[in-house]
Design a protein around this ligand. Structure first.
Ligand code: ADP
Ligand code: ZN
Length: 748
């Protein structure tokens, strides 16, 4: 008799953080494996779960519990490849998050019965235009639409695609087939194996010597796969993207697939176009803005191995790409890699772990690598390959500083120098890009009689004035209010606007340059991805003369016509009470400066600042990122901040201030107890706090924090969950919410 088989299963997408046991019926023995998706009974419900492991010996369970059989095997092959399963387990443990929910991110299909629909047969049904299309003017709109779509796509389309865009496509297809307008046939799907021909369809230029050296160094690890993090350190325009492409081509030739992470969707559009051209149908673009159905289809394509390159924002690192041989993280320093709600992971760090599990190279590309990465290069954990100069010897832009303290008129937005420079660029028929990382019209309203600053009623944030709507708005919760005539505190009619944002700069620029076309890009003007793409496109194609915007314009865009970049206030961000403020600001400003002179003409960057001597501004002026890193790392070392230690932040929130504070106090006390115990065994943990968060109130919840600092990553593993449970079980603090943020990206 054959031995019974048992499976350990975790239920998908729930916080039920418990491994359950089921037996595997005879009929499923061939198919149920780790990573399989199955449907099982849980109480009276039927739910989808992922198999973690399969074994022969029955689990050690109490007598009264009977093991139920798995109800159904939902997919013939595992939906979570082995490496992704191991990665998910690591994520759950490292970020203190329920495994079922982590797997829920990796498997975007919730209802078991739907997954069958994802199985695509090997044939696909195609519709093809047979000859001349009838120009019948009486034909209904949808019929014309069918023909139009077919014409636009070269006369041929999958039936499925037509059905998705046109509601009564079937009606028209029957009609057109009958009158001979189209023919419909089943076709073998073209095998999507990369042929040399298919992937080498890009520009045939030779790699530069620097690119070649970088390519040889990294590709060696594609031929003899081993985990190795590479930092590709190259200024903007030095040919990093081209190098990614060549490395991916090599991986594909070796029968492997590739994962490519980019920080944001707006950025991914440009790289998407380049990749699309080079890799065609082998490319899957993955980002969170897609519709549910679209995501599911992409996911099934990745799972089935139809697509071989997954390009996407951070969650792409959790896609079930098979046989991954190369992982690339572009702009690895970007804060957008950190997810700031629910599962607070950093996709760059998760990508490194996936590479480690797989034993493959991981390429971290950046013009301004994160201090963590720079530090790890310093201690020889990562290897650094450099692309020190721009392609074709295009010069780096020249930088100038304008000391705004000397600009005379108080509150001046644009210095004489910057105005002149913009005027000159426009006369020459070129483009200017102006950057200000603050939206709205005025920064805040302040009462000149009592000093009161108008604040949001639910958050501890000052309200920003928006002139177009003539309202005050909270940039955190979106609450709006009209402008009061009198100060709500002292009753004097002495409220004045202070500071300025992009809306105000736009007004000034329009007065100064009435005949130029200006586009403003910030969260207020760009309320859809389409608008953003259109705006960026108008700059790229030269339809716009001036691009004004917040950090939305800073990243990754290639505007060959832009020869002048103006940073309107280089100090925004410096006053943030966060030890990472300097790093974030410098990286952002280097990015912005890198937008100047991407084309044939050399660029100029003008920085307006009130702190011309500050070391961040100084390193920028000299274009000396290495120098900045050295100074910054030295000061972090003195204070033992990351990367010289590791942080974990507990955020305790409650609708009542006392509860949040008391819960945080108890939490800190419990952490100190544990730290004292661990100290006896020679391990060092520092507990900081509790303290009110910088924004102590957001959306009417009060927020208190406790930090723990360790020097050995594993030291916090033993007690974090224990102390959270203790606080939550305390009768006074039942209502508090406690979130854990490992390697937090900000103190706010
Ligand atoms: P980065 O990603 O570092 O900003 P890109 O890879 O986008 O740089 O390269 C900048 C420009 O130079 C692009 O237009 C690209 O097509 C071009 N380019 C890259 N490598 C070469 C090369 N070896 N020879 C000629 N042009 C190149
Ligand atoms: Zn608010």
């Amino acid at each position: 008799m054959m031995a019974l088989l048992f499976a350990e299963i975790i239920i998908l997408g729930t916080a039920l953080d418990k491994i359950l046991h089921y037996s595997i019926p005879e009929s499923m023995r061939e198919t149920v494996r780790p990573g399989s998706m199955v449907s099982v009974g849980l109480g009276k419900r039927r739910v989808a779960g992922i198999v973690l492991s399969v074994g022969e010996s029955p689990p050690d369970l109490p007598e009264n519990i009977t093991i139920r059989p798995i109800h159904e095997d939902l997919e013939p092959q595992p939906v979570v490849p082995e490496d992704l399963l191991a990665l998910s387990r690591w994520i759950a443990e490292y970020y203190f998050y329920p495994l079922g929910e982590v797997l829920g991110f990796a498997v975007p299909v919730r209802e078991p019965h739907k997954i069958g629909a994802l199985r695509d047969g090997p044939r696909i049904r195609m519709v093809r235009l047979s000859g001349k299309t009838p120009g019948d003017p009486r034909m209904a709109e949808s019929g014309r639409h069918v023909l139009q779509l077919l014409e636009q796509s070269g006369g041929e389309l999958p039936v499925k695609a037509l059905r998705q865009s046109i509601r009564n496509a079937d009606y028209w297809l029957r009609k057109f087939e009958k009158n001979g307008t189209v023919s419909i046939e089943d076709r073998e799907q073209a095998p999507l194996e990369p042929s040399g021909h298919e992937t080498a369809s890009g520009p045939g230029f030779e790699l530069t010597d620097d690119q070649k050296l970088a390519f040889d160094t990294i590709s060696r690890h594609l031929e003899n796969p081993a985990f190795e993090p590479f930092v590709l350190y190259g200024v903007t325009g030095s040919g990093k993207t081209e190098l990614y492409i060549r490395l991916i081509e090599t991986a594909l030739r070796n029968g492997k697939s590739a994962l490519v992470l980019v920080p944001e969707i707006a950025l991914s559009t440009q790289i998407e176009a380049i990749f699309r051209k080079r890799f065609g149908p082998l490319l899957a673009v993955w980002h969170s803005a897609r519709t549910e159905a679209d995501r599911r289809r992409q996911w099934a394509g990745i799972l089935g191995g139809k697509t071989r390159i997954v390009l996407g924002a951070r969650s792409a690192v959790l896609t079930p790409a098979r046989n991954v041989g190369l992982i690339i993280v572009d702009e690895e320093h970007d804060p957008a890699y950190k997810q700031e709600d629910r599962l607070r992971y950093n996709a760059r760090d998760v990508a490194l772990m996936r590479g480690k599990i797989l034993g493959i190279p991981v390429v971290l590309g950046s013009a301004t690598p994160s201090l963590q990465t720079v530090h790890r290069v310093g201690v020889e954990q990562y290897r650094c390959v450099q692309l020190p100069s721009r392609i074709l010897g295009r010069p780096q832009p020249t930088l100038e500083i304008v000391d705004m303290k000397r600009e005379g008129a108080r509150g001046a937005v644009l210095s004489h120098r910057l105005k002149d420079a913009v005027g000159q660029v426009l006369t020459e028929g070129r483009q200017a890009m102006l950057f200000l990382n603050r939206r709205g019209y005025a920064r805040h309203f302040l009462c000149n009689a009592c000093g009161h600053i108008l604040q949001c009623i639910s958050c501890s944030l000052t309200l920003t004035y928006h002139k177009k709507e003539n309202c005050l708005r909270c940039h955190y919760c979106g609450w709006e209010t009209g402008l009061p005539e009198r100060c709500p505190q002292c009753g004097h009619a002495a409220l004045f606007a202070h500071g300025f944002g992009t809306e105000r700069v736009e007004k000034e620029l329009r007065l100064l340059f009435p005949n130029s076309k200006l586009v403003r890009v910030d969260r207020d003007t760009m309320d859809s991805p389409e608008k953003l793409i259109e705006a960026l496109d108008s700059v790229r194609t030269g339809r716009a003369d001036i691009l004004l915007g917040t950090q939305m314009i800073a990243k990754g865009h290639d505007f060959p016509g832009v020869t002048l970049v103006g940073v309107i206030n280089a100090d925004v961000g410096l006053q943030v009470p966060d030890f990472r403020a300097g790093e974030n600001l410098v990286q952002l400003l280097f990015q912005v400066a890198g937008r100047a002179g991407r084309g044939e003409d050399p660029g100029v960057v003008i920085l307006q600042t009130f702190n011309p001597g500050h070391y961040t501004i100084d390193s920028l002026l000299k274009m000396d990122y290495d120098g900045f890193c050295k100074t910054e790392l030295e000061s972090r070392k003195v204070l033992q901040y990351p990367p010289f230690s590791r942080l974990l932040k507990f955020l305790v929130t409650s609708g009542k201030e006392e509860t949040a504070k008391g819960g945080a106090q108890l939490l800190a006390a419990l952490c100190r107890e544990k730290a004292a115990m661990l100290k006896d065994s020679g391990r060092h943990i520092a507990v900081l706090g509790p303290s009110p968060a910088v924004y102590v109130k957001l959306k009417n919840r009060f927020r208190w924090q406790v930090f723990i600092k360790t020097w050995q990553s594993s030291d916090m593993q033993s007690f974090v969950e224990l102390v959270i449970e203790s606080v939550k079980n305390h009768p006074d603090y039942r209502g508090v919410q406690i979130t854990v943020d490992r390697d937090p990206a900000s103190d706010i």
